[in-house]
Design a protein around this ligand. Structure first.
Ligand SMILES: Nc1nc2c(ncn2[C@@H]2O[C@H](COP(=O)(O)OP(=O)(O)OP(=O)(O)O)[C@@H](O)[C@H]2O)c(=O)[nH]1
Ligand SMILES: [Mg+2]
Length: 203
């Protein structure tokens, strides 16, 4: 009886935990963005941009909003490091793909790297939030324009949104994450990952 009540209590009150993989080519601003997410949600805990170096290993960030716990995995985007990305695909509920929307010269590389991500079987159905980053810079393109330029054909029926953000001033981050949480909560992939983990109320 106790364990039944305890199980029910856990089911109702435990927040769902989601794993979000932050990908994108080098210098897109992934780590700066993760630190801004941390400082936004954890009240001052993120590193300032001048303390951030190119990522070689894995950066992890944990935040909570009113409904969910999010664990972010931020990986390096240099060409030689991209082979590591797929090791995280199976466990990821969703992808945040970061692009430098002010650096036109990086679009082609960013597009082909994203298309490869979208084709991977282990990420089937994972919602994708494309962050058009660096909106604080002059000459940056909007989220609509970036989405048009990316012209992604391989989205299939996965949830997708392109959101204008700045990892410096924080604009757009919260509304992007709200959207992502909503998508993960209702995603078929979340159900599949939950069943695989075999734990009720926990992922
Ligand atoms: N102006 C501006 N610069 C940014 C923004 N986000 C990141 N940067 C700068 O872009 C550069 C690269 O940022 P990182 O966060 O290290 O990029 P990354 O995508 O993590 O790079 P890798 O770890 O090598 O894959 C740094 O000089 C940042 O300060 C932004 O929103 N606005
Ligand atoms: Mg980085």
């Amino acid at each position: 009886m106790f364990s039944l009540a305890h199980g029910l209590w856990k089911y109702i009150f435990n927040k769902t935990e989601f794993h979000v993989l932050i990908l994108g080519v080098d210098k897109a601003g992934k780590t700066t963005l993760l630190e801004k997410v941390k400082s936004t949600y954890l009240k001052g805990e993120g590193l300032p941009p001048d303390r951030i170096v190119p990522t070689v290993g894995l950066n992890i960030g944990r935040i909570e909003d009113s409904n969910a716990k999010l664990i972010f995995w931020d990986l390096g985007g240099q060409v030689g490091l991209r082979t590591i990305w797929e090791k995280y695909y199976q466990e990821a509920h969703a992808i945040v793909y970061v692009m430098d929307a002010a650096a036109e010269s990086s679009f082609e590389d960013a597009k082909s790297a994203l298309e490869k991500v979208l084709r991977h079987e282990d990420l089937k159905g994972a919602p994708v939030l494309l962050f058009a980053n660096k909106q604080d810079l002059p000459g940056v393109i909007s989220d609509e324009e970036l989405s048009r330029r990316m012209h992604l054909k391989e989205l299939n029926d996965r949830p997708y949104r392109c959101q204008a953000v700045s990892a410096y001033d924080g604009r757009g981050i919260k509304s992007g994450i709200d959207w992502l949480v909503e998508q993960m909560e209702r995603s078929k992939r979340t159900e599949v990952l939950r069943e695989r983990a075999g734990v009720t109320g926990q992922i």
